[in-house]
Design a protein around this ligand. Structure first.
Ligand SMILES: C[S@@+](CC[C@H](N)C(=O)[O-])C[C@H]1O[C@@H](n2cnc3c(N)ncnc32)[C@H](O)[C@@H]1O
Length: 485
């Protein structure tokens, strides 16, 4: 079987073939498949070959080398190679920010000057959840929406995702972050049969196929310019670094004067490596209009990255402490033992104290946060989360050794604490211990392998197992390319 050839050891002809595919996919789709991801690439390409009725992977190569790909080849590639993880109001803090700090002031200015228009683009929109979330937000902010010209565009490379977007029919899982009042206003249906978007909302969003790597934008004749807001989140993290630079340049050129381009926080490092500066926003990063002139500062989040700040380097704190995911409550419940009521009270207090620590850290009160964490340790010294949060504070301050010792404690108390392995890996990179970093990353990958893709990880904001796996692969392959471990 082809796959067993591809996993190891590779013979030269396999290597050559996979290298050709790697280059072609990077050039034509933007997708980054370094050697560490070759097994995955080969697996997906074999599916493409099978669907196209080809006998082998080698038979696919001449098709991909054609200047214009036949429709069926293009569609099959998009279908098998793209990642379709998304849901409504993904990163709620971003939508709050957009509502209160971007859209409301913008709409008020436009109303005052009687220029009642707004243009939004969700680039890499997948099955449409992001574009529809923006449409819902705008509806909520504009009771007189009829008197406005609102353009909301969703584009993606995968036609199957776009078909679903146009249909506007979703499983409950896509609605998992959705407030029930919003669901009642804009959907009909049930958990059992799925949820259908209200037809007027559906008709207010236009979906179109677009490959971000092709220089077909900006194009004012096709409405691809003058956007107030472009969201391109969790798309570039799969891209080849050279392509990211060009895509960001083209996206920037599609903005109007005061427009903003937002990526996911996890993409800060990639943006920076591509020579663009960014600033953090709640739940996102804004790409600044001009590329960096001097060597860029590191902006980070636990789950990003290949790059670790050196000692003392500032990090965006708001990205570190995200609100606790719901499963933390379940998590803490599992620790309740003995005298039910008493333990329950302690457990509840602990949750509050931990949340306060997060909130204080979010608004920059590090001393206050540290105090809360000490209190949390008095309440339950066996709960790894207080050491975890303290490790983040140390890490944020660039104190890698104390952060590393705290993570040691976390892993002693809970060897399955995925993000502690992950951050330990980053810290080992920063401490110039690549072999140790590799071990942590590999442990992390092993732990993730046993979890379902859509499970949300504790202490990871709303990141799923599938997302963490992707981040980890990026970190792992960067480590490999830099240190050959
Ligand atoms: C993980 S989803 C992100 C969806 C949404 N933006 C979000 O953050 O929830 C990534 C999307 O990027 C799309 N994509 C990948 N390569 C692309 C390309 N070259 N051009 C346009 N879209 C692409 C995929 O099809 C997929 O729908």
């Amino acid at each position: 079987m082809m796959q067993s050839h591809i996993i190891s050891p590779l013979v030269d002809s396999d290597r050559e073939l996979l290298l050709c595919f790697e280059h072609l996919l990077a050039e034509r789709l933007g997708l980054h498949f370094p050697p560490l991801r070759w097994p995955e690439m080969a697996r997906q390409l074999r599916r493409v070959a099978q669907d196209l009725g080809l006998a082998s992977l080698a038979g696919l190569l001449p098709l991909l080398e054609q200047r214009v790909w036949p429709d069926d080849v293009r569609k099959k590639l998009a279908q098998h190679l793209t990642v379709g993880e998304t849901y409504f109001f993904r990163d709620p803090s971003l939508f709050h920010y957009l509502s209160d700090h971007f859209l409301q002031p913008l709409l008020a200015r436009r109303r005052d000057s009687n220029c009642r228009w707004l243009r939004i683009w969700s680039a890499g929109c997948c099955s449409g959840e992001e574009a529809y979330s923006l449409a819902m937000l705008v509806r909520q902010l504009l009771p007189d929406v009829q008197g406005w010209r609102i353009d909301i565009l969703g584009t993606d490379i995968n036609p199957l995702f776009l078909e679903q977007a146009q249909l506007g029919h979703y499983r409950s899982w896509s609605l998992r972050q959705l407030d029930s009042s919003i669901r009642e206003r804009f959907f009909t249906g049930s958990d059992h049969h799925g949820w259908q978007i209200d037809s007027s909302l559906r008709d207010s969003v236009v979906f179109r196929e677009l490959n971000l790597v092709e220089p077909v934008y900006p194009d004012p004749t096709k409405g691809m310019s003058e956007f107030d807001l472009i969201l391109c989140r969790n798309v570039l993290m799969y891209f080849e670094p050279g392509q990211i630079k060009q895509v960001l340049k083209r996206l920037q050129s599609c903005l109007c004067e005061s427009g903003i381009l937002l990526l996911a926080p996890v993409e800060a490092g990639l943006c920076q490596e591509a020579g663009w500066r960014s600033e953090s926003r709640p739940g996102a990063i804004a790409v600044l209009p001009r590329p960096a002139e001097e060597s860029p500062r590191i902006l980070n989040k636990v789950a990003v990255a290949a790059d670790l700040p050196s000692e003392g380097e500032p990090i965006d704190r708001s990205l570190l402490f995200q609100s606790a995911p719901a499963d933390l409550r379940t998590f803490s419940k599992t620790r309740i033992r003995g005298s039910e009521q008493m333990q329950q009270q302690v457990g509840q207090t602990l949750e509050v104290v931990l949340q306060q620590a997060r909130d204080l850290a979010d608004c920059g009160d590090l001393e206050g946060a540290t105090e809360q964490l000490q209190q949390a340790q008095v309440l339950n010294k066996l709960d790894p989360r207080s050491y975890w949060l303290q490790a983040l504070l140390e890490w944020e301050g660039g104190r890698l050794q104390p952060a590393s010792q705290l993570l040691h404690k976390v892993l002693y108390l809970d060897p399955h604490f995925v993000l502690a392995h992950y951050l330990s890996g980053h810290i080992a990179v920063g401490l110039q211990k690549p072999e140790l970093a590799r071990r942590h990353y590999d442990n992390c990958l092993r732990l993730l392998a046993d979890l379902p893709d859509d499970q949300i990880l504790p202490e990871a904001g709303d990141a799923s197992v599938a997302q963490c796996r992707e981040w980890l692969l990026v970190s792992r392959s960067t480590l490999k390319s830099r240190c050959s471990v």
